[in-house]
Design a protein around this ligand. Structure first.
Ligand SMILES: [Zn+2]
Length: 528
């Protein structure tokens, strides 16, 4: 009964009620689903001397150890590690469920068998998108797909889409969360949707043709691709007066970028376009969005679904759970997932605004909200620009600096080694699309000043490009997702003498280079 309350009134519950109902649902979920059927967590709970009843309140969730990205990676001892996180039902345990006994009596055994199939048989999967590690599959059962549909429907509600709207989904067609969530958002949200598959599938030209013909009210896509699409549309004089909303997924969204996209939309004849960000990640099998907000006010944050998961904000150093409003790392626990299940999953994503349970000042919904800018720990990198000391460069911050800079369209940050020698110093090269005929020398000077003032870094080179060149660099139309941060530093040669023949080094990168994970969405944004 109480789980129905959490589900049916997900946007109208007080913070106290949410916490109490989430704790109840967590206990039930652990007792009836996770502990009976998850090999990994059954063992972890045994080692920690925990059971479902250990979590009487949500505060006690801190007793459960975190699960991290590295826990999911394959090792020599566990070559198929991700399988340990997939729920494997035990038919005997299922048969003892009161609902199974009742269902068999009323509808027969075949009905019960089918309901177990729908609950537990994996039928769909998406992958994590990090290039630094093997992609990890996350499996969905029919029940998980129903939650994905719920999340899609709610996304449409929170973004305030209307039934008569037309939605152009330009997210890359791939086994990534972002595309599929947008697909389900249109399908279950009751909005006419055209999915073009993004730049690699249909190219900017093909997508532009659809923008022209379909005349969408809502445009969904990865920020970099949407930027190129609207930029080209503006250059070709395309009109798209219907456009009301741009919903972004798969990458972080800075305020500077929102302004640029609103400016481009205005050139297409679309006034007062809302640019809304989404946040999600593969491991959550969900994404959340902002609600529309006045353009002179800050966003009220990502609107979370309290019946489908718990988000905690922790101190990344100590692992302590932080009070509302405190910045920290995001940790996710699902409340009704099947298929692949991770509990207290450390995302490596940070928010500078923390979490709040207060009612939204813009839409009035009462639900947990995630505030502030989200950044990724994988985008803070140690660099060696001189021989004296290393520098920790926060590329999340650099992104804001570049997006906020005037006369800069889109950009790419390239990391290299001096002379492509792995033992040499690091180099940082800014590739910039210059706008409005700005003077190159002056713009370069301004960018250097901004980098020095905000990040205390000095780019080795700033290279200006026209639209075509920057599209080539970012891989528009060539890669599934456009690249804004590329690492062309050659890896150090292996010193393991036993590992012969030696692996060749690829000093010039090419297809072998190590690409930095440059995006959220799934994972982030809508995470990919
Ligand atoms: Zn709101």
């Amino acid at each position: 009964m109480s789980s129905n309350l959490l589900q049916n009134r997900w946007q109208r519950l007080s913070e106290t009620a949410v916490r109490q109902l989430q704790a109840e649902q967590l206990r039930r979920y652990l007792r009836t689903v996770v502990l009976p059927f998850s090999a990994y967590y059954r063992q972890l709970f045994r080692e920690q001397r925990l059971d479902a009843e250990s979590f009487r309140t949500l505060d006690e969730l801190r007793r459960l150890p975190f699960t991290t990205k590295s826990d999911l990676l394959n090792t020599a001892a566990h070559p198929q590690r991700f399988q340990d996180f997939i729920l494997v039902p035990d038919p005997k345990a299922l048969a003892r469920r009161p609902a199974a006994i009742w269902g068999a009596l009323v509808h027969g055994r075949e009905f019960v068998r089918q309901s177990f199939e729908s609950e537990f048989r994996p039928i769909f999967m998406t992958f994590t998108t990090g290039r630094s590690a093997e992609p990890t599959p996350f499996l969905y059962t029919r029940r998980d797909l129903l939650h994905l549909e719920t999340a899609g429907r709610r996304l449409v509600q929170v973004c305030a889409a209307r039934p008569e709207d037309r939605l152009l989904n330009t997210l890359p067609f791939a086994p990534h969360l972002a595309f599929w969530l947008a697909h389900y958002a249109g399908a279950t949200g009751g909005v006419l949707t055209l999915s073009t598959g993004g730049g690699k599938t249909m190219g900017t030209d093909g997508t532009l043709r659809n923008l022209r013909k379909f005349k969408p009210d809502i445009l969904i896509g990865v920020p970099t691709f949407v930027y190129h699409l609207l930029h080209q549309a503006a250059e070709e004089g395309v009109r798209c007066e219907n456009l009301r909303q741009i919903v972004l997924g798969g990458e972080k969204v800075s305020d500077g970028l929102r302004q640029k996209l609103r400016g481009l939309a205005l050139e297409l004849g679309a006034r007062n376009v809302d640019v809304l960000a989404t946040y999600g990640f593969t491991e959550a099998k969900l994404a959340w969005s902002e609600c529309p907000f006045p353009h002179d006010q800050p966003s009220s944050g990502y609107h979370l679904y309290p019946d489908l998961g718990i988000i905690e904000v922790i101190d990344p150093g100590t692992g302590e759970v932080l009070p509302a409003g405190q910045p920290g790392e995001l940790v996710f626990t699902p409340l009704d997932a099947r298929g692949t299940v991770v509990l207290r999953y450390r995302t490596g994503d940070y928010t500078d605004g923390g979490i709040t349970g207060e009612a939204c000042p813009h839409c009035g919904r009462s639900l947990p909200r995630l505030l502030g800018n989200i950044s990724r720990s994988s985008e803070v990198k140690p660099m060696n620009f001189d021989k004296i000391k290393g520098t920790l460069v926060d590329f999340n911050e650099l992104e804001h600096v570049l997006d906020d800079a005037p006369h800069v369209g889109t950009w790419q940050v390239e990391l290299r080694k001096t002379n492509d020698d792995p033992l040499e110093l690091d180099e940082l090269i800014l590739h910039v699309q210059k706008l409005n005929g700005a003077d190159e020398a002056q713009l370069a000077r301004e960018l250097r000043e901004r980098c020095a003032a905000h990040l205390e870094i000095h780019p080795n080179r700033i290279v200006f490009h026209d639209t075509h060149e920057i599209q080539q660099l970012q891989g528009v139309g060539r890669l599934i997702k456009e690249q804004k941060l590329v690492d062309h530093r050659p890896a150090l040669p292996r010193v393991d003498a036993a590992a012969l023949p030696r692996k060749e080094n690829h000093p010039n990168g090419g297809e072998e280079h190590h690409e930095v994970e440059s995006t959220l969405v799934a994972n982030g944004g809508i995470s990919s």
